[in-house]
Write a protein that binds this ligand. Sequence first.
Ligand code: ATP
Length: 253
Amino acid sequence: MSVGEPIAAQARPGRGVRIEARELTRRFGSHVALDGVSLTVEPGEAFGLLGANGAGKTTFIRLVAGLLIPSEGHLEVDGISPATSPARVQARIGFVMETSRLYPEQRVRGFLRFIAGARGLSRPEAVRAVEATIERFRLAPVATRLIGNLSKGFQQRVSLAHAFLHDPPLLIVDEPTGGLDPVQQREVQEILRSLRGQRTLILCTHDLNEARKLASRVAVLREGRLIADGLTQDVLGEGAVLELFRGPDEHRV
Ligand code: ATP
């Protein structure tokens, strides 16, 4: 599958989790980071969450992962509340971690086996999962190399493999191609595209072209409020884009 292919107009039905947020609000002191957000992500959907710095994207995904408790509102992941049952929800999630949090002194295969063991896979299961993941993320040429010596593009693939190891139905990816060169960006985007439809994908990004390539649906947050939610080609069509990202000061002019 190539990155240049047009995106499907509708999310294909498939595996994955359903996320439902209703009037979801999170405050930090008097600051409202997320303000009455209502949205639904369907199983198998590739969902892009867009917004400028500080718009509330990370707050939303931390609420989904049960790492934060909502101040108000309702949130369910496959009918489960992340606030009251975080472990059950987290078992369904693969988080792509920042490459800076990978273990540079470990070798790729050894690191993935360690993670598989930590997630409770038996040794034969771990070996099978690690080898399948190495193949899926095209890590075979570097499987015995130290993570710290890899290029940033390969480190990002290790990070994706780490998130994917237990085959979670929900993959959350925050700025997956930040800091990568164009070839590495394309490789990571191709891997993410190949996963579409098989599980739910939440992609947080500032990069509108990346959202166009990878997401079938996008929502835009501004200062904690949901200001757009729809099919990617409708929300990110000509002309609409700058308006969506304009800050409050620019509206006053
Ligand atoms: P970025 O693209 O820069 O990562 P974001 O869209 O992910 O931004 P959030 O990290 O969700 O934005 O932050 C939303 C707002 O909430 C910001 O104003 C941020 O400063 C504030 N915020 C987030 N976490 C905390 C916290 N733990 N304590 C206080 N304020 C916070």
